[in-house]
Design a protein around this ligand. Structure first.
Ligand code: IMP
Ligand code: MG
Length: 182
């Protein structure tokens, strides 16, 4: 109820706002422990925008001052499965050469999106690339890629909320849930 689940019929809560908040502070400590000088956070849009916004404020709370940039990728997701091709819809503004980059994404599923982002930023000469995802769906990789950090392991269901959508809906929900279709 505290998460507003009662007003959003058809979405079943998987991770509550409170659970997410706890993990954000833990993740921030994990990032800080890596001692990444002059950290550059790259949020992979659109789905990670809420997670990235909360994560950078968690980083601030423990004394980090990352720069932030955005990379919009498309995986030509028709229906709810990825078709395999990843394209840059909007590129970074900043030069990543020599930078310690933290890539932030919402869901690691087939792995194509994260692998593409990692390869792109490494190829541009980043000093290091660390990956952090909100949700790690572990069982459906098409590409061999791992997230260095994740907030939660996630069952193989299509999730929405906390920035994630289906057909542009549900991004505003403060929790991660699954659409039950009423
Ligand atoms: P991958 O390239 O197959 O790993 O897919 C990753 C991208 O697909 C993520 O960055 C998400 O934007 C999107 N995605 C994968 N699973 C879900 C889901 O359950 N809900 C919403 N978006 C998803
Ligand atoms: Mg995404």
């Amino acid at each position: 109820m505290a998460d507003g689940a009662h007003v959003e019929s058809g979405v079943e809560v998987i991770f509550t706002a409170d659970q997410i908040a706890v993990r954000l502070d833990e993740l921030a400590r994990d990032v800080a422990a890596r001692k990444l000088d002059q950290l550059l956070v790259v949020a992979v849009l659109k789905g990670s925008f809420v997670f990235a916004a909360d994560l950078i404020r968690a980083l601030h709370r423990i004394g980090l001052a990352p720069e932030v940039d955005f990379l919009t990728l498309s995986s030509y997701r028709k229906s709810r499965t990825s078709s395999g091709r990843v394209e840059i819809l909007r590129d970074l503004d900043l030069d990543v050469t020599g930078r310690n980059v933290l890539i932030v994404d919402d869901v690691l599923d087939s792995g194509r999106t994260l692998a593409f982002a990692k390869d792109l930023i490494s190829a541009r000469g980043a000093a290091s690339v660390t990956t952090c995802v909100l949700l790690d769906k572990q069982t459906r990789r098409a590409v061999d890629v791992k997230a260095d950090l994740h907030a939660f392991l996630c069952p193989e269901v299509f999730v929405v909320g906390y920035g994630m959508d289906v057909a542009h809906r549900y991004r505003e929900l403060p929790f991660v849930g699954r659409v039950t279709g009423e």
